[in-house]
Design a binder for this molecule. Structure first.
Ligand code: HEC
Ligand code: HEC
Length: 228
């Protein structure tokens, strides 16, 4: 009875992929609680663009000024072309935008609900069909492989960053965005342009093994954030 009511409510807010289980119901309840506030701003870029073009059309810019603006566009594009373009969106932002509303933090979610069997991720409901499920579940812009790899990596390691570092630093992804740069596969401290490994040697009494662990972790998170 309750299940049916829940299902019809969920159907009416447009969620079709519903199955019944403890996890499902738990997530559903969470989701129902949050669905009122879950409306996100879309097309912000589009709005900005039309605002901008409106400005150009409405103002009485001389053609000289217009030419200058066009030139600076060309210049900006040349500059950004010389930097390496990311191969995808910041995965942690992607997760925060598309998944966290129902599943919370990705690593916590992965450790709590998913497990690795024969090297592959399985969910409480989708075992062999896990990847197929993921392909059809709230994923857009072909990020399913990257999300799968992230959940797998998070599942494989203990929450040491959370326990040993996050009392002083922000969440790993935020910390990386603010303080760490990825160049040619190596992580550097952004403000000094020096290797993170060197810094860690004299930080928090970390042992060689600890440093190896954190270098692997921060390098992975940096590739998820910067998507080289
Ligand atoms: C609006 C809520 C909602 C959003 C947003 C959402 N999920 Fe889910 N997710 C669910 C529900 C409900 C279930 C359990 C029912 C099911 O298996 O269909 C689930 C189950 C899962 C599972 C476990 C599968 C299994 O074996 O049971 C994974 C993994 C998952 N979601 C990943 C994601 C990812 C990745 C995203 C973002 C791209 C995402 N979800 C976005 C509601 C959501
Ligand atoms: C007790 C607080 C504290 C804890 C716990 C802590 N750090 Fe730090 N960390 C700092 C402070 C303060 C700085 C900046 C000042 C400095 O140079 O030491 C810093 C700087 C860093 C930097 C250089 C980035 C920058 O912009 O300065 C890295 C990398 C770093 N910490 C990694 C870690 C890791 C990995 C852990 C977990 C093992 C950790 N920290 C735990 C306080 C802490």
């Amino acid at each position: 009875m309750l299940k049916n009511t829940l299902k019809s409510v969920v159907d009416s807010v447009g969620i079709v992929d519903v199955q019944c289980s403890n996890l499902g119901n738990l997530l559903l309840q969470e989701q129902l609680k949050k669905s009122q506030t879950g409306i996100r701003m879309k097309n912000r870029n589009k709005q900005n663009l039309s605002y901008f073009s409106g400005l150009i059309i409405n103002s009485s810019l001389s053609s000289l000024l217009l030419a200058l603006i066009l030139l600076s566009f060309v210049f900006l594009q040349t500059v950004s072309a010389s930097e390496q373009k990311p191969t995808g969106p910041d995965l942690h932002k992607f997760w925060d935008k598309n998944c966290s509303e129902c599943h919370g933090h990705s690593a916590d979610f992965s450790r709590k609900f998913l497990e690795i069997v024969d090297g592959k991720l399985q969910g409480p409901m989708h075992k062999d069909s896990f990847k197929t499920f993921l392909n059809n579940h709230y994923i857009r812009r072909n990020q399913q492989e990257a999300i799968y790899d992230m959940l797998l990596a998070e599942n494989l390691i203990e929450p040491r960053y959370k326990n040993e570092c996050s009392s002083c630093h922000k969440k790993a992804a935020e910390f990386v965005r603010e303080s760490i740069t990825l160049r040619d596969g190596k992580i550097l401290i952004s403000k000094e342009d020096t290797p993170v490994s060197e810094f860690l040697e004299s930080h928090r009494g970390l042992t060689t093994e600890d440093i190896e662990f954190y270098m692997a972790l921060l390098t992975r998170v940096a590739s998820e954030v910067y998507r080289p």
